[in-house]
Design a protein around this ligand. Structure first.
Ligand SMILES: [Zn+2]
Length: 429
């Protein structure tokens, strides 16, 4: 089937043009109107490669009250994401061929966007025993991670990296030294003192990253740091990159947009791990992203139920959702404000994550998979969690004014989501 995406704005040359999709593949841009099987009117909107999020939690199997593969991938589609990588902290953990196979089967029948599942580094993510990485790689694991917990022993991490390096696979790490957490629930800084809540010190993260970049140097393993949150972590990663160590890193929209000072009180919508840090950390993250120390943006979409999040900082679980607000928030608060170009933001959300992990997505070149999103840059709205496709309504951004939103998402040449109301309710600011 040939599809013509008519009248779209191509960011690369700033021209309004048509895009041809043949089957599952991009055929290229054209000013002509060739004979096709289907025409989709792009209505002048910007066409960009579908976003790639290498860090999301789908919760299925095991915690379907929070999210399912179906609701999580529908949320991804609405957010303009065409590929998402699912973290392995599910029950069971995808730590064996059998568990990973069962997960892939669920994905095959229920997911509306591409889902690439991680496998764990250690059995049941307990940090005690390495998984059979060779078997898991053959079965199609995207990479290895124990996200949610740091691998505590340097010896275990060394063995994991040796094995992963021999298989040409990445080790992806949530960095947290348990001996330094101090039972904290938010950043150990100023705000936690005001609120009388125990703090998580920055060194809890940066110390483990410092350890791991040296292990990556020793093993040659591609080591990817999840959700960097502190200025010290940025410095360690910058130095490691200068030394030629194969380290890459991601940052979340919430760490770019918020600090501990934004936490209004004992409200668990602001509780996530790593926590919102100080303003100097936020600035270091923004600069780190801009100078290439941090490679790209990932949401750490972490849905929880309303009841769970009502527990306050002491009792609620860590994590917020992000898939349905990431692009709009970053477009509104960084691109519209003139700090970044739209091309930069799109690169950090599609091209860069795809390149870092060797995925064939993130471009609109001829021959690339037809994964794309149309963006309406004029549409304005207030974030309303009740409109989310995700089961998780846990976000600190409810009620924020945003401009710019995905209005059509295509995966493999198929339109998997179209925001009809968005076309009709477009308002100009
Ligand atoms: Zn994590």
């Amino acid at each position: 089937m040939r599809t013509l995406l008519k009248n779209v704005h191509n960011l690369h040359n700033n021209e309004w043009t048509n895009l041809i999709v043949e089957g599952k593949t991009i055929k290229g841009f054209t000013s002509e109107e060739p004979a096709v099987d289907r025409i989709i009117d792009g209505e002048g909107r910007v066409v960009v490669p579908g976003f790639v999020d290498v860090h999301i939690h789908l919760r299925e199997p095991g915690a379907e009250a929070k999210e399912t593969i179906e609701t999580g991938t529908n949320a991804a589609a609405r957010g303009g994401f065409t590929t998402v990588c699912a973290m392995p902290n599910t029950r069971p953990v995808p730590d064996s061929e059998e568990n990973l196979k069962a997960l892939q089967e669920k994905i095959r029948t229920k997911a509306s966007v591409r889902v690439l599942p991680y496998a764990s580094i250690t059995t049941r993510q307990l940090g005690q025993e390495l998984t059979d990485m060779l078997v898991l790689k053959k079965q199609g694991a995207f990479a290895f991670t124990d996200d949610g917990v740091g691998v505590q022993s340097a010896g275990m991490m060394l063995e994991a990296m040796k094995l992963a390096a021999s298989l040409n696979m990445a080790v992806v790490a949530h960095c947290e030294d348990n001996s330094l957490i101090q039972d904290g629930v938010m950043h150990k800084g100023e705000r936690n003192k005001e609120l009388g809540l125990p703090g998580i010190p920055s060194i809890c993260e940066s110390v483990q990253i410092a350890r791991d970049v040296l292990l990556a140097e020793a093993t040659g393993c591609h080591y990817h740091v999840c959700h960097v949150s502190t200025k010290e972590s940025v410095r360690v990663i910058r130095d490691a990159k200068r030394a030629g160590i194969p380290v890459t890193a991601e940052v979340t929209p919430h760490h770019l947009l918020l600090t501990e000072d934004d936490i209004p009180g004992d409200n668990a919508m602001f509780k996530m791990n790593p926590p919102l840090r100080a303003q100097e950390d936020q600035l270091a993250l923004i600069e780190g992203l801009e100078d290439g120390t941090i490679d790209f943006i990932a949401t750490d979409h972490a849905p929880h139920t309303q009841e769970e999040k009502e527990g306050g900082f002491f009792n609620a679980p860590f994590g917020i959702v992000g898939l349905e607000t990431a692009f709009s928030l970053l477009y509104t608060y960084f691109v519209k404000k003139g700090r970044w170009t739209l091309q930069q933001l799109v690169d950090w959300m599609s091209y860069k994550p795809a390149r870092v992990f060797g995925l064939p997505f993130g471009t609109l070149f001829e021959g690339a998979p037809a994964d794309l999103v149309l963006l309406d840059l004029e549409a304005t709205r207030k974030i309303n969690t009740q409109e989310f496709a995700s089961k998780g309504k846990n976000t600190p951004f409810d009620g924020w004014n945003i401009t710019g939103m995905p209005v059509l998402t295509m995966v493999d040449g198929e339109v998997i989501w179209k925001g009809v109301e968005a076309h009709e309710t477009t308002t100009h600011s």
